[in-house]
Design a protein around this ligand. Structure first.
Ligand code: IVH
Length: 714
């Protein structure tokens, strides 16, 4: 195809006619017959070509231009793309001791001493949004946002408007996924906001929001008018290794044609890392883009591979954040929010103030002790100064964390300011709000009768990391709950059936129509099939975050096994008065605690939930509507996938942590004790009782070399 820029007027006219025909046919096949004749990327790129020609020759634009055609544009939202390798996030270090700890844990995992040489790269952490670019045979097949890390959105036409993202590349592996950050420069951000204000459009709070808003435009022509940039700093699937080291790989990406950050340095230890951090911190104010820390990565890619990842972040990298930003403003009021688990959280309503480029009007006050000037153990904080409505307070904001009220200026306290009285009743349902011993938080005892708890639980359930139901957001959940249509989680899946029996149906309500109602029911229906970890996370159990949900899902692989284990654990230890020693002695507890990333607090909360009949029944009512998909059942092509393995004795070729991580990466479950459920015991020198027990139970036992041969690492 001829380049758009070099088309003559006659050629452009003919090309627009051809594109109209091709695109209309493709759209028809796709939207009306549901039988696409072209790939989305192909379709999008032709559409883009059409737009470009129209921009060059506006008067040649056809009346039936595919650009204007409703239904032909992906107005239903973006196509979803499943990342071949998850797009992970990074753990944070906030000070030098966290950096030392990171280095120590890397060395421990690899069995290296503090004296062994170990190099890292250090580079700015760009404050934008990450993007994955997949090239096959040198051509961009799609650009996808991070999304939830597993599935992102296809924003190819938009990405192609970014200068640093080539459509075609040379001298690259056959398959190459380049990952990096999309951002907007300060200068372009200021110009965009000025333009927006002039046209009475909404302005953006910061360059990051502007970049995100611009990249996620359904109409790529809008993206094209917003100058975005891209730095490559990582990769996903590749058909051939880019290099042996992180530094080499980034240089290779640079050679291929991607912009890479010029401030990357190779450092030989933590002292050099911190020195480079300081250099970047000094330069920060002079850079034309936002950064919020420095990322350290183990340089040797062989070591990176051995270190692997936890459920949400790699073990071989960490982001060292810049210190928080501070600002003073006036506290207008203290409000109480009731969360999903009943926690009463005090929120500071502030006179809006800019903190590090972001306008802040709410901040957390943590809990009642914090407001009173005490920490969890009753010691004074802020020299014992309490916080009152009307006070001048200092706001503290570190990166993307929720801002908090850090200090108060007593010299400016209004004379009539009264000490804050923390409510002892739930402000939403009026039930007593109780503080249990050792808990810093006061909780509403209303359970599901408390509208706030019920609604928050439902909101959590439909949120992104959980069931992520399109068209059912916080607003709709509140509305449906208010109408009495959904009271508990299972009701969401009964919405359609009940709607049909109703006289005034959803489609008849304000803001809804035939199409939108049908679409919502379809979106709900699609989520009847749900990944196990999303289901677990969606339950909204206290302390059960996304990472732990993944760890639990991998270990138990289906809901009945997990539920049984939790119920067993509850039986083994009478929950109410169980001492920690009694709990730790119980086999079911031990099984939970053997899971990497799962701690006592979470297990206690999980077991407590399953011990309550009402909660258990409510979950079971939900489960009836679902098909829960075990984690990546087909993804592990390994002889140990799904097997329960115990390592015992000394391992010579790798540390215990590495062996465990490797086995888990191959889909195995690693446990600390041998039982009838154990499939294999890997025993090194010095192994004792566990090998004996395995023999008694007839469990297969092998040594480290045989194990390595079995998993193909020999
Ligand atoms: S490396 C597997 N390097 O930070 C690790 N990430 O908090 C891949 N980010 O999602 C990330 N600058 O969007 C890496 N130089 C940099 C980065 C960077 C910004 C973002 C990225 C990631 C997030 C994690």
């Amino acid at each position: 195809m001829k380049e758009v820029a070099s088309l003559s007027r006659e050629e452009a006219k003919a090309e627009l006619a051809r594109l109209a025909e091709v695109l209309h046919a493709a759209a028809k096949a796709y939207f009306q017959k549901d039988a696409p004749v072209r790939t989305d990327a192909d379709y999008d790129s032709l559409k883009r070509r059409n737009v470009e020609i129209e921009e060059l020759f506006p008067d040649l634009k056809r009346d039936d231009s595919p650009t204007d055609k409703v239904g032909a544009a992906p107005s239903e939202g973006f196509r979803k793309v499943r990342h071949s390798i998850p797009m992970l996030s990074l753990e944070n270090a906030f000070d030098e001791s966290d950096v030392m700890e990171f280095d120590r844990s890397v060395r421990n995992f690899l069995g290296m001493s503090g004296a062994d040489p170990l190099a890292y790269t250090a580079e700015p952490k760009i404050d934008g949004l990450s993007l994955s670019l997949r090239y096959e045979a040198g051509k961009l097949v799609y650009a996808a946002t991070r999304g939830d890390g597993t599935t992102g959105e296809d924003v190819t036409p938009n990405a192609l408007t970014i200068k640093g993202i080539p459509e075609c590349i040379k001298s690259a592996p056959e398959l190459l996924e380049v990952r990096g950050e999309v951002y907007m420069s300060h200068e372009d951000f200021a110009a965009l906001n000025a333009r927006q204000a002039e046209q009475e459009n909404k302005t953006f709070a910061n360059p990051r929001n502007a970049a995100a808003g611009s990249l996620r435009q359904l109409d790529a022509r809008i993206t094209a008018k917003r100058p975005l940039m891209f730095f490559a700093y990582a990769w996903g699937s590749v058909s051939a290794a880019l290099a042996d080291t992180q530094e080499g790989a980034i240089n290779r990406l640079k050679d291929i044609g991607f912009a890479t950050n010029p401030l990357m340095a190779l450092c030989s230890g933590t002292a050099e890392l911190v020195a480079h951090y300081r250099r970047i911190e000094e330069k920060r104010a002079t850079l034309d883009y936002d950064i919020d820390g420095v990322v350290y990565k183990v340089n040797d890619l062989g070591l990176q591979a051995r270190l692997g990842s936890r459920s949400t972040a790699p073990r071989w990298a960490i982001s060292h954040k810049f210190p928080a930003e501070l600002a003073w403003t006036q506290l207008e009021a203290i409000d109480i929010q009731v969360g999903r688990t009943g926690a009463l959280s005090p929120v500071a309503r502030l006179q809006p103030v800019t903190v590090g480029g972001v306008v802040v009007s709410n901040a957390t006050l943590h809990n009642e002790d914090y407001i009173a000037g005490r920490d969890a153990s009753g010691n004074e904080i802020r020299d014992g100064k309490d916080i009152r409505a009307g006070d001048w307070v200092q706001i503290y904001r570190a990166g993307d964390v929720i801002p908090k009220v850090a200090d108060v200026d007593l010299s400016k306290r209004p004379r009539d300011a009264k000490p804050y009285e923390f409510p002892e009743e739930c402000p939403v349902c009026g039930s007593p709000a109780i503080r249990e011993e050792g808990d810093a938080v006061r909780r509403c005892t209303g359970g599901q009768i408390c509208r706030a708890q019920a609604v928050e639980k439902l909101k959590h359930f439909v949120s992104r990391g959980a069931f992520d139901i399109e068209g059912l957001g916080a607003k709709q959940v509140e509305d449906f709950h208010g109408r009495g249509w959904i009271a508990e989680l299972a009701d969401i899946f009964l919405l359609e059936e009940r709607d049909r029996a109703r006289e005034r149906r959803l489609k008849d309500q304000e803001g809804w129509g035939d199409k939108s109602a049908e679409k919502l029911f379809l979106a709900i229906h699609e989520r009847r099939r749900i990944d196990f970890h999303r289901f677990l996370f969606g339950l909204g159990i206290r302390h059960l975050g996304e990472a732990a949900a993944k760890d639990l899902a991998r270990h138990f692989s289906d809901w009945p096994s997990l539920a049984t284990a939790a119920i067993d654990a509850a039986k083994e230890a009478a929950m109410d008065d169980a001492s920690q020693a009694a709990l730790d002695g119980s086999p079911a507890w031990k099984e939970f605690l053997s899971i990497d990333g799962v701690g006592r607090t979470l297990v206690r909360s999980l077991v407590l939930t399953m011990d309550r009949e009402a909660e258990r029944d409510s979950i079971e009512r939900l489960v009836k509507h679902l098909e829960i998909v075990p984690p990546d059942a087909q993804a592990f092509d390994s002889p140990v996938a799904g097997k329960a393995i115990v390592f015992t004795g000394t391992l010579n070729r790798m540390t215990r942590s590495e062996a465990k991580a490797r086995a888990e990466a191959l889909g195995a479950r690693v446990s600390g004790s041998v039982s009838a459920k154990t499939d294999l015991v890997v025993a090194g020198p010095g192994a004792g009782s566990k090998v004996k027990k395995a023999a008694e139970l007839g469990v297969e036992t092998m040594d480290e070399d045989d194990w390595l041969a079995l998993i193909g690492d020999a």
